[in-house]
Design a protein around this ligand. Structure first.
Ligand SMILES: [Fe+2]
Length: 480
């Protein structure tokens, strides 16, 4: 490490090891798992950073691996497998990295059709249309067996997308009808475009809407309500020509240009009665949307867009592996209240908590409606110099506009993976949070289960694993 301080001792043990694919009953469970928790938890994340003496630099470079916990009446079954992408298969055969990464370029590296990354499919994983789909940036998802995690090839939504369709990793499911929404940015130098897709619950594309963009925005996430989609467009601009012509990584092609400002783009999902519109906001950076909802019971029609807003982009903090978050930016939960009738920003409400929170989660069964609570991971020592990692689980409340609960692991221990919220279908006042807990000093990792509404008491159950796994990105849960 170049820095003299280290707020994340032993973090290298969480990133630099060969992942073991396995499938077994979890034994040695401590505590009690609620009887209503029956179904499958999934997490996707980068799980290979080194081959043949070469190391990828960036967290987003690693090959995607799915871990699952299957909760049944008999116990809990763990399984994990790499996603068999074209990239992984070719590199397995070659015994070395062949493809350029998000943050790593090297002499002779390959890209897909010389215009895009060959995706490592390492961002998210959702059940949809009787399938398990693993998503990466700008690519078709990969279908997998929901139980065995066997890869079944790219999923093209009944032929409606192809391997050059811009297709992001943060698809959203509308719980009201099972529709899947997603977006993708076309990085044309002359006509950059935001594409918004909606598919029915069976995989048929219902529509593709195109919204012209002023700039080639790097865009990672979206917001969704029953009638609207919302996009926080940050001035992190992709120099696509540089990526294609200069042999550099995506990371080296991104420019932070705060003079260009930030806007929130709002568009109707299906109706065409109102044109898409934008509201200007202060030039912050948004990686993840917490939730959105509509409110028509007030004096007008309002759209609430809840985001994690950073003072600058976060991608530079995802490198160099394993020394992450060296200069983590302040980040706050922020609520934007947008008047749908006047198409103007009515209010901006920022919470005080600024410990670089990320990986927000809400009750997915009610996403897109008004939800008081959200959960996320934070970096307790984010003001410290030197590398750091997530060590706080937080619960935020829009009732009090504050972080209402915090649980922090001891020093030299870390948390990982979006803290998925699973609500008891029979009682929405009852919910659990599931996340990863790393104890690198002991070479151990476990999953923790918390009472979602009593985080500070600590986990109600601990599920130890047999082997180390990598810190995950996004998660989901499907009831059986
Ligand atoms: Fe994400």
């Amino acid at each position: 490490m170049s820095d003299h301080t280290d707020a994340a001792p032993l973090l290298e043990r969480c990133f630099l090891f060969d992942a073991t694919e396995d499938s077994y009953e979890v034994t040695g469970i401590q505590g009690e798992i609620p009887g209503w928790l029956r179904g499958s938890y999934y997490v996707n994340g980068p799980a290979r950073f080194e081959r043949a003496g070469m190391r990828y630099k960036h967290w987003l470079d690693g090959d995607g691996m799915i871990c699952t916990l299957r909760f049944t009446g008999e116990g809990v079954h763990f399984a994990n497998r790499f996603i068999q992408t074209a990239k992984l298969k070719e590199e397995d055969a070659a015994g070395r990295f062949v493809y350029r990464g998000f943050g790593t370029s090297f002499p002779g590296d390959k890209t897909r059709r010389n215009v895009m990354l060959e995706p490592p499919v390492n961002v998210s994983v959702y059940r949809y249309a009787n399938r398990l789909l693993a998503f990466g940036e700008q690519s078709m998802p990969v279908a997998m067996d929901p139980i065995t995690l066997e890869s079944q090839g790219d999923y093209d939504f009944n032929g409606s997308i192809s391997d050059i369709t811009p297709f992001a990793a943060h698809a959203k499911t509308d719980p009201a009808n099972g529709h899947l929404l997603n977006f993708g940015v076309s990085f044309s130098a002359t006509e950059p475009m935001l594409n918004v897709y909606e598919f029915d619950a069976a995989g048929e594309m219902l529509r593709r809407r195109r919204h012209p963009l002023k700039y080639q925005h790097s865009l990672h996430d979206m917001g969704m309500t029953p009638n609207y989609v919302a996009f926080y467009l940050s001035p992190l601009i992709m120099d696509f020509n540089r990526f294609v012509n200069d042999g550099v990584s995506v990371m080296e092609s991104l420019n932070w240009e705060p003079d260009k400002g930030s806007t929130i783009l709002v568009a109707q999902r299906s109706a065409k009665t109102e044109p898409a519109f934008r509201v200007d906001v202060e030039p912050g950076y948004c990686l993840h949307v917490i939730n959105c909802h509509e409110d028509t019971s007030d004096n007008g029609r309002l759209l609430f867009v809840d985001v994690f807003e950073m003072e600058r982009p976060i991608y530079g903090e995802y490198q160099p592996i394993p020394d992450l978050f060296g200069t983590a930016p302040a980040c706050r939960p922020v609520r934007y209240v947008i008047d749908l009738d006047t198409q103007a920003l009515r209010e901006r409400i920022a919470m005080e908590y600024d410990k670089s929170p990320d990986f927000p989660a809400v009750d997915a069964a009610r996403a897109g409606t008004e939800l008081d609570d959200f959960w996320a991971l934070g970096i307790g020592e984010f003001h410290a110099s030197g590398r750091k990692f997530f060590d706080e689980l937080i619960r935020g409340s829009w009732k009090t506009h504050s972080i209402s609960e915090v649980y922090r692991v001891p020093r030299q221990e870390y948390l990982g993976g979006e803290p998925v919220c699973v609500c008891n279908p029979a009682n929405k006042e009852e919910a659990v949070i599931i996340c990863q807990h790393f104890l690198p000093a002991d070479g151990r990792v476990e999953f923790l289960i918390f009472d979602a509404f009593n985080i500070p008491q600590g986990p109600i159950a601990r599920l130890p694993l047999k082997h180390m796994i990598h810190a995950g990105f996004h998660t989901s849960f499907e009831f059986e």
